[in-house]
Design a protein around this ligand. Structure first.
Ligand SMILES: Nc1ncnc2c1ncn2[C@@H]1O[C@H](COP(=O)(O)OP(=O)(O)O)[C@@H](O)[C@H]1O
Ligand SMILES: [Mg+2]
Length: 285
């Protein structure tokens, strides 16, 4: 049996209704197990329930129906709240809202300080966390002067310093320029591979989802698809129907197939896609 870090069983949630309205169901029975050490992308258009789902992963929201366990701990058990929050860290969309101190090292130390970690150990954790996100040269800098990508890496370092088992990133690249996005994505891929930290990457970018081991697609408060990127991302018509843009590589390969070229539709990366086209052209020649 795979070791599960987050388990959701028939999770349902509605936000309180505005006066005179019926409550709106944001999650309508989601069952999902996230394996320890995996890298899972949660893909879905605006309003599909991604953030509501994310907030159940560290007990910021509690289920109205069904159950959520983090490392075997029921999120409804108030006594376990701190332990759950320590296990699963959350990175949000806006890098500017996540900075709490005027010096990088103090910002990263904030989490472990709140956990009551001894001072000497905090120093070690801060240094290790900044190194893990490639920001060790910025220890004494003012976070406000950093780029968006660097700020998000500082936010990630602040979470790593709490030694979580899992990091949930809720559209944490949405406000970044392409190089900032790349910095953050490379950082989380490395943390997953080298430190075995479970990553849940919430996004509406297909190309980001392609980096994961597994893609869960949300639509209307339900998980409607679940599989490897190679299984899910080529399902172009279905993805389009629920408001998602398919990767340019998949779109190009679909077009070529329609024109009679014998290419696969699951060559997701630009390199694979180029290779597939070259192979198809040489076969025709
Ligand atoms: N704080 C809130 N109060 C009321 N409704 C909300 C709130 N947050 C989200 N919703 C509603 O819940 C649904 C799911 O939202 P959300 O989980 O934020 O989706 P996503 O992150 O995929 O955009 C949407 O219909 C949204 O309007
Ligand atoms: Mg959201």
């Amino acid at each position: 049996m795979a070791d599960t870090i987050i388990k959701m069983e028939d999770l349902a949630f509605s936000y309180p209704a505005e006066e005179g309205n019926v409550p709106l169901a944001a999650l309508k029975g989601v069952s999902l197990s996230i394996e320890r050490g995996s890298f899972v992308a949660v893909l879905g258009h605006n309003g599909s329930g991604k953030s509501t789902l994310a907030k159940h992963m560290n007990a910021v929201l509690l289920p109205l129906g069904g159950k959520v366990w983090v490392d075997g701990m029921d999120t409804c058990d108030e006594n376990l709240l701190l332990e759950i929050r320590r296990r699963v860290g959350m990175v949000f969309q806006n890098p500017d809202n996540q900075i709490v101190a005027n010096v990088v090292e103090e910002d990263v130390a904030f989490g472990p300080e709140n956990l009551g970690v001894p001072t000497k150990e905090i120093r070690e954790r801060v240094d290790a966390a900044l190194k893990a996100v490639g920001m060790e040269d910025f220890v004494l800098q003012a976070p406000h002067h950093l780029s968006g990508g660097q700020k998000q890496r500082i936010a990630i370092a602040g979470i790593i310093a709490m030694e979580p088992a899992c990091i949930v990133l809720d559209e944490s690249t949405a406000m970044l320029d392409p190089s900032g996005r790349r910095e953050v994505l490379e950082t989380v891929q490395r943390l997953n591979r080298e430190k075995g930290i479970t990553i849940v990457l919430i996004t509406h970018h297909m190309d980001e989802a392609a980096l994961a081991d597994r893609v869960v697609v949300m639509d209307g408060g339900r998980a409607v698809m679940d599989g490897t990127p190679r299984e899910i991302l080529p399902r172009m018509e279905e993805l389009r129907a629920i408001g998602l843009d398919v990767p340019h590589t998949v779109e190009l390969l679909y077009g070529l197939r329609e024109d009679g070229f014998d290419v696969p539709v699951d060559a997701l990366s630009v390199e694979e896609c180029a290779g597939a086209i070259v192979a198809a052209l040489s076969a025709k020649a």
